[in-house]
Every structure is written in structure tokens, then in C-alpha cells.
Design a protein around this ligand. Sequence first.
Ligand code: NAD
Length: 461
Amino acid sequence: MTEPRPATALDHIPTLVAQTRQSFVSGRTKPISWRLAQLRGIEALIVERRRELSVALAADLGKSETEAYLTELSIVRHEAQLAQRQLRRWLRPKPVGVGLALTPARAWTMLEPLGTVLIIGPWNYPVQLVLAPLVGAVAAGNAAVVKPSELAPATSALLAKLLPNYLDADAVTVVEGGADETQALLAERWDHIFYTGGSRVARIIARSAAEHLTPITLELGGKSPAFVDGSGDLDTVARRLVWAKFTNAGQTCIAPDYVLATKDAVPRLERALTAAITELYGPDPMRSPDFARIVNRRHFDRLTAFLGGGRTVAGGTSDPDALRIAPTVLGDVNPASPVMAEEIFGPILPIVPVADAREAIAFINARPKPLALYTFTAHRRVERAFERGTSSGSLVHGFAIAQASIAELPFGGVGESGMGAYHGEASVRVFSHEKSVATKPLRPDTLKVAYPPYSRAQQKL
Ligand code: NAD
């Protein structure tokens, strides 16, 4: 399954970055008309090239066309549409009070583009996680270089081919390739770097950014827990968990990584999860056209090593030729086992029994802050206990992963799961500098109350 990896020539990268930067310096990315034209271009790319994009996503990850639409294309489309509708409102200057001592005067903040930004994408949602940040970058008036993941080569090549046809090709450019090409990009000076991926590379990005004091957004991952206490309709809970976990074969940064279930709920939950897998993916899920495959052999081998990490409740089988692993549920998982030591990022759902919500909260707080945290309980007081007692990028009660489709809800991590957030208005803010502006007329010169020679009376100002 070794695909040719498309790559931009290393010695061309500095020239390309300089040309992109020149587009920003020329000032042409700043007018709202340019920004709206780019947003229309992204929307048109999604609408007109939906078929080709779906084919590329199927080639890279075995995604079904419907899943590709629901979890990638429609999200980008809605982001681009929302930004077109709201951009003028988001960009409106915000007045602030100046206080009596400085009156007469006015002060406000205004958003200005940062400049030339770099967007580095991962392979798991290779369209959404390149184009959704790009919506924010162009809406904020920046020039941008995007670097799709080399591990989704069909999508990378397609984006490199299509983007110049739909956007201003001098101001939005594409670099293809992997570590070497990304290193070449990181050697350049940027006004912002927006990175989505794992925490190992995030540290490389942060170190390079420090050289130029470049601000960064890090959209990372980690183990996102789900808490289930058995109250409420467990069949629906199981369906929602199964859908959230096994979409894209579990290769989703906000997928529920593991379940903390109260001991009394475990047997019923195991039965409901097993039934839900059959309901959603049929009696032989590995043959389901709606179930994606693992991205490559390295990840397949990493994941199959986890299969013995607990009692097999469902699934447990794999096919190395097709790079498929059946939707798997593991019971009685020991918190010290390898499957609980790192982000799973695949279709394996461990269940760790806990006594109650309090023990679940202590378990979560003893580990790095998750990107997402899910609760499934009928008790509002339990939900509140999680709201007050834990820290995570997002906290969602009663469902999972679909919070990413709420365009007005900022999406991002905290601590080990990342820094900065985007989607909707937050996307424009992350790619903007909020500039403080103040003005005061020269006459009358009321500021002279602050000038020397000083007197005691001035200490009362
Ligand atoms: P990764 O860290 O392997 O790669 C991400 C990007 O970094 C790719 O574009 C890659 O080419 C580049 N890269 C790889 N090695 C590099 C190096 N040595 N130097 C410079 N650049 C390099 O990440 P991944 O495997 O593509 O993604 C998986 C991780 O991303 C998971 O942890 C997941 O949770 C996280 N993720 C987070 C989000 C989010 O929105 N927060 C979304 C998707 C994935």
C-alpha cells in the first residue's frame, strides 16, 4: 500500500513563501471584497468538487461518501458560509470606555490580519483540517501557505491541484510533503503557525516558532474520556458512543478514547454497545462500506497490539491486507495497561469500571487535560460536577464528536491537548491581531492635569 508521496521541491519552498508573503505585503488580501471572494471560492470548491474530494478520501482512508460529506465537506462548507454572512459583523471595531481622567477621548479595538500564515494539516480529516483553518485565515485577510498531510496523499495532491483554481493562487499556496518539507517551511519566518496533529511534532513546531517569536495555535489530541453511569436510555447512549468512536475507524481527535463506566452499568452497557455495533455496521462490520480503514500499516500494527488489552466484548479481529480492524470493545481494562497509556486513535474502545462520578473525575484529573470529555447521565448534578470539577477543551453531555459541527462553538484544547481555538468567529480572531486604538483631540489640552511639576493634588486623579 505504498503510494507515491507527492512533494514540493525543497529548494522551491523559500521562493514560494516569499511570493506568498509579497501578496500580503502588496495589501491586496486586506479588503473585505478579497476575503469574501476567497470564502466563496472555498465554498465552490467543496460544492463543485464534492465527488473528486470523496474519491480522494475513499482512497486515503476508505471513508464512505456520506461520512466524508458529514464529517469533512459539510463542516467546511458551513464554516465558509457562516463567515461570508457574519464577516462584516465580526470585523466591526469594538468601542471601550476611556474613563473620566482622559476625557474627551475615544478608544476601540479593531481586528487586523497577522500577515502570512502557515497551516499544517494531519491525515485523519485531511480536507476539513486544512480548509476549515484556511476559512479563518482568509476571512481575517491573511496570505497563507497550506501543508496537507503526506499520509493522505490523494487528498494532498487534489488540494494542491484545486486550490489555485478556486482561490487567489498567489496569496494562498500549497506545499506538499512530509517532515523534510515541513522543516523547510519552519525555517521561514511566519506571522502565525496553525498546526493540527500529534504532540511530538507540536513540540518541533513550538521550538521553531520560538526562533522568530511566532504565535502558534496547536490543535492536538490525547485521550478523551466518556463517563457513563447507567442512568437514562443506555441503548441511545451506546448508539451515540458507537457512532462517535467508530466514525473514521476511531481516527478522530475528539473520539471518545475510553469509557469510565460505573460498575453496575457495565454489563448492560457492554450488551448495548455490542448491539449498537451490529445495528450501525451490520453483522460483519469489517465488510461494511460505512466503516473506514486504518491509514497505514504502521498504525495498523500499533493498534492490533492493543487488542489483547482486556476481555473482548465485541470485535477483536483484524485484516492486515485491507488495513481493517473490527469495531472492538474491551471490558475490565486495567488502567495500567498499554491501551490506556497513549491516545488510541483507532476502533478500540476500552471500558474501565469506576465506583461513581467522583472516582471518574479523580481519574480524569490525574491525567493530562483531554481535548474532549463526554458525560452520559440523566442527573444534572452529575453534569455540573464535571463542569466544575474537570478541565478539557470541550465538555459535552449526552452526545459526542458532533460538537465540532457547531460553528459558533470554539474548538480547541487546553494543556496537553493544545492551545488556541477556532471555528466561526474564533477562526477570524485566531488569525487576527486585536489592535488597540485610542484618540484624543489636541484642544482642550486636558492632559496637562498629569504633567509636572507634580503636586499632591495629582495623586487624587
Ligand atoms: P503528526 O504529528 O504525525 O503529523 C502532523 C503534521 O506534521 C503532518 O502534516 C506531517 O507532515 C508533519 N510532520 C510529521 N513529522 C514532522 C517532523 N519531524 N517535522 C515537522 N513536521 C512533521 O500527526 P498525525 O498523525 O497526522 O495526527 C494525529 C494526531 O493529531 C492525533 O494525536 C490527533 O488527536 C491529533 N489531531 C488533532 C486534531 C484537533 O483538531 N485537535 C485533529 C486531528 C488530529
